[in-house]
Design a protein. Structure first.
Length: 496
């Protein structure tokens, strides 16, 4: 413990964000470059080094948080990087994208603001790259066994890296033109610039991972042929079957899924397009769905120059503090949180009809109405109670030239000729691919990792699944494994 009184003398201080008026004019990350380094050592010093660190349990990766907090407090960045990378393949991803369940489990959070664990994590990762501490780790010898990983999101990349380091020859198949999955085309650049992804992909290539892009298994290569070609297959295709909104007017032009909209904006940032065919510029935008994907759409629409942007959340406005009865420490509570996108929308007053941060809470969509050309022009909404029953006299219409549905995902896509059907895999009642506790399916040698089996989840769970599935594959191929397995397939976050 570097400073035994740090948590008493030092207040919580988070990474500073750039001014709203500046950052909404570009696609760079919202935080002040280098803004963490002057404050992060003192923030790490707030760690209590508690005897039973619940942050370990709250994090599915089992990150060694108190250890690297102390090392950062002592300015030992090399050792901090070693301890961080011991449990996490991609800490610059989680440090930027994860909602930090570890902080909800911080012992200090029982009666004080938690340690800024997420900020310390990303500071270590960025400093490690800056100081040249991140090196490729190719295996000393090859096993002679081959593995195909289908999908290059965080679960697929983690599984590929772990299996490659174990000595297996790994090929990653990705149907898009670039690897990265949602990290590439789902997450906006203002949340994570793609240079971070490119650096890790470069490391994986140096270690021996081979990427096969623009290849869809089931269409370009039959699933049976892939299974015959490799000793094992890991399906890490994600949960990309989006949820629909079955209300009158859904067929109108201008009503789109969030994952039709976000990839186009990312392709503009990649230089593939001059402008998005679904750009929000000059349009009244309504986003249906109150989660992170909706917030990503919000920040994107603001940067594209929307006339107005409103986000609908069917749940009531959360409390500012934890409900100790319904969501006791150390579970992850549902609180009123102000993301960077909501901060921007609130300051710019993008939604005159909504609350200060552009969200309408306890709001349910009734129908869409359009013009004579069949294009959406209004979204009709009603206020609902906790049981989602409409409140009489609360319905109203919002102007809407572009409606984005951000309602979550069922599981992996299915259909005749797809990999799921070609392999004859079982599907759970929730839409995920069925698997045993060791990530195996009913087809010998075929494993499932990430959202394809778990359902829509967090980036930190995806990486944990990739690491654990890699250990299961290694054991299946060789009879034993030295790879870490932080979770089992059916583990779930702490809840009441």
């Amino acid at each position: 413990m570097a400073d035994p009184k740090g948590f008493l003398t030092t207040p919580r201080q988070e990474a500073p964000r750039r001014p709203v008026g500046e950052r909404v004019r570009d696609w760079d990350e919202v935080y002040v470059p280098g803004g963490l380094l002057p404050i992060v050592s003192a923030q790490a010093d707030r760690c209590m080094e508690c005897g039973i660190p619940f942050c370990h349990e709250a994090c599915p990766l089992g990150n060694l948080i108190p250890e690297w907090n102390e090392l950062v407090a002592r300015d030992d960045w090399r050792a901090a990087s070693e301890r961080l990378h011991a449990t996490n393949n991609f800490p610059e991803f989680t440090g930027r994208l994860c909602p930090a369940p570890c902080e909800a489990g911080c012992v200090l959070a029982i009666n004080q603001p938690a340690v800024t664990i997420k900020n310390v994590e990303v500071a270590i990762a960025d400093r490690a790259w800056q100081d040249g501490l991140v090196a490729a780790r190719p295996p000393d010898r090859l096993s002679g066994r081959t593995v195909a990983v289908v999908g290059s999101g965080p679960a697929g990349l983690a599984a590929a890296q772990q299996l490659t380091r174990a000595g297996h020859t790994v090929a990653v198949y990705e149907r898009d033109d670039r690897p990265g999955g949602l990290l590439r085309y789902g997450i906006p650049a203002f949340k994570m610039e793609k240079s971070h992804l490119e650096r890790r992909l470069g490391q994986l290539r140096q270690e021996g991972v081979r990427f096969r892009t623009s290849v869809e298994i089931g269409r370009d290569i039959p699933a049976a042929e892939l299974r015959a070609r490799y000793d094992a297959v890991v399906l890490a295709t994600g949960a990309t079957a989006w949820r629909e909104l079955d209300v009158p007017g859904r067929e109108l032009a201008g009503v789109h899924q969030a994952m039709e909209y976000l990839p186009l904006a990312n392709r503009v940032c990649e230089g593939d397009l001059d402008s998005s065919p679904l750009s929000a510029a000059g349009r009244h935008v309504v986003i249906v769905g109150g989660g992170d994907t909706g917030a990503d759409c919000l920040g994107t629409a603001v940067r594209e120059g929307a006339l107005s942007v409103t986000q609908l959340d069917i749940y009531g406005k959360p409390n500012d503090v934890r409900d100790e009865v319904a969501e006791p420490w150390p579970t992850y509570p549902k609180l009123y949180r102000l993301s960077a996108a909501h901060e921007e929308a609130g300051e710019l007053r993008t939604a005159p009809a909504a609350d200060a941060d552009a969200r309408l809470f306890a709001a349910s969509t009734l129908r869409f109405t359009g013009d004579a050309q069949g294009h959406v022009r209004e979204l009709h909404v009603v206020e609902v109670d906790a049981a989602r029953r409409p409140r009489a006299g609360t319905d109203r219409a919002l102007p809407a030239d572009l409606v984005l549905l951000a309602l979550g995902f069922y599981g992996p896509e299915r259909g005749a000729g797809g990999v799921v059907d070609q392999l004859g895999l079982d599907v759970t009642a929730r839409g995920g691919l069925a698997r045993d506790a060791a990530f195996g399916t009913g087809v010998p040698g075929v494993f499932v990792a990430g959202d394809a089996g778990r359902g829509q989840s967090l980036v930190v769970w995806a990486i944990a699944e990739g690491r654990a599935a890699a250990a299961a594959v290694d054991r299946w191929l060789t009879g034993a494994t030295r790879l870490p397995a932080p979770i089992a397939a059916h583990d779930r976050p702490m809840t009441t």
